[in-house]
Write a new protein. Structure first.
Length: 88
C-alpha cells in the first residue's frame, strides 16, 4: 500500500462528530473513508478536482452510442435478451 497523506480535522462540536459516525456506520465504512469521500465529492462539484472517471465514462458511452447508430437494429428486443439471460 502506498503512503497516505494525513489531514487533521477539528469539528465545532461533538454532535457533528456523532452524526458523521452514524452516517459512516450506516454505509459500512470508517469515518475516515466517509469524510474522504465527502471532501472528494465537494471538490469535484466545485471544479477543484477533475473527475477523470466521469470523463472516461462519458467518452465510452459516446463511443457506444455511435456504434449502436452504425450497427442499427439487431433484431432482438431488450426484453428478449433479459429473458434469455434469466433462463441461463
Amino acid at each position: 500500500m502506498g503512503r497516505k497523506a494525513r489531514l487533521g480535522l477539528y469539528l465545532e462540536d461533538e454532535d457533528i462528530k456523532k452524526q458523521i459516525k452514524i452516517a459512516a456506520a450506516r454505509r459500512g465504512v470508517s469515518t475516515t473513508a466517509y469524510c474522504s469521500e465527502a471532501i472528494r465529492e465537494r471538490l469535484q462539484r466545485e471544479g477543484e478536482m477533475s473527475d477523470k472517471v466521469s470523463k472516461d465514462r462519458l467518452a465510452l458511452l459516446s463511443r457506444m452510442d455511435k456504434l449502436r447508430q452504425e450497427i442499427g437494429h439487431v433484431g432482438t428486443t431488450t426484453t428478449e435478451l433479459v429473458a434469455e439471460g434469466r433462463r441461463r
